[in-house]
Ligand binder design. Sequence first.
Ligand code: HEM
Length: 439
Amino acid sequence: MPADNAPSAPRVLDVGALPTLEEYGYTGGRQSFHTFCERVFAPGGPRFLRSADGALAVFRHADIRALGAAPDMSTLAPAVLFPGLLDGPTPATDRPGFAVADLLKNQLFTTNAPLNPALRKVLLNQIGPKQVAAQADRTRAIVADLLGALPQGVPVDFVRQVAEPLIGRFWGGLLDMPDDEAEAAAVEARQMSPMLSLRPDPKAGADIDAAARAYRALVQGAADRALAKGGCPFVAGVARDLSAIDIGDDLGHVGFVPKSAGAFLSGNLFDGFHTAVLGVANTLYALLRRPEVLEEVRRFPEKAAAAVAECLRLEPPVIQLSRLTTAEIVYDDVVIPKGVLVTIMWGVGNHDPSAFPDPGTFDLDRPQQGATMFGGGAHICPGRFVALLAARSMVEVLAASEFNVAPASDENYWLSGSAMSQLVHLPVFLEKTALGAAS
Ligand code: HEM
């Protein structure tokens, strides 16, 4: 008989018996996000939940950090994510969803070791911290240019008139892409947003495929052109590093090796063109509700990075992503069987009071170690340096300029039912500050 104080043997987690996310008020997207966080982290809240697709939902900070980094918590390979579309004897080119699958099979998200670390290196060699820091002046200049061109005193849509063109032009500069094409790529990436819905509408499939084709033609086309013309170190570096990878395709687990720099970039920059826009917009959304923060950054410009981190902790663009256990995982006091679909709620972890005390309060001086808005472990977002630079540049330019931004509408423009916390519009007014008005 075990002693009274002996640790209890791990028990197999019965995912089907868990309460659902919906029972705690979560229906996807930002609308239900904050109330869900308050409810699950109230005293006596649940340890694990179940999502609508029957997946195990992990949301507590310590669990996300541990399980998100577990080697057997695999990402979903192309044939798992897009069953029947890519792995048949002939590709199902005319089936709905094919264009999306054919694009995203080139995405790191769909690869596991040993391919994932090899491909991550290709990307990080171009957008690691040093390379991204070298883009700071250019990025601030793009923000200043966009803000300077906006009319004052009338509502402008910050998502479409600032965040989206900023991100488009950022990548366009690296890909030798004219501004209009680069901005169009960001628009097409946004048109693909319905694929991130938790309740996909089959009728939207054709439009998403059309957007995926248009986005890919723009980005891959620019990369192919840049490579053929020469003189573009970003694309040339990707092509050089990609050609050194000697790993076979395995659509069922390891993943697919992109066959050209253009295919690699169009796949992996999807989040670059899409989610980075959300990062800039959500940062401004959080700031608009706390005008004192921008004032503080005006006085202490070195606090801009801390302000962005806290904005993205409070308003994380990515709420949840899927994983799959490819072996039994014994964790803490539970056993998670092999073959279980897992929803990792990266955005929710940062609202766990055991990791971030008083989580709903904006605290510029709060330590951000262990924050999960960019994931964690081997798959941690390789684009985070770009995303943070873009949002910080926006804050820095606003703080240094003679403009204030104020909300122009109370209307709710959050995309509903999504795995993301995404603003479709963010109407704002640009106003001269007292300083600017006096000059
Ligand atoms: C604020 C903006 C962004 C947020 C919140 C975000 C968030 C995330 C999260 C939560 C993950 C999953 C990490 C994990 O599983 O541990 C991820 C992965 C990824 N992100 Fe981002 N991301 C952003 C911007 C970007 C940008 C700008 C790029 C451009 C290259 C990018 C490319 C990727 C890729 C390729 C992966 C897959 C990495 C892998 O599986 O190894 N993301 N991102």
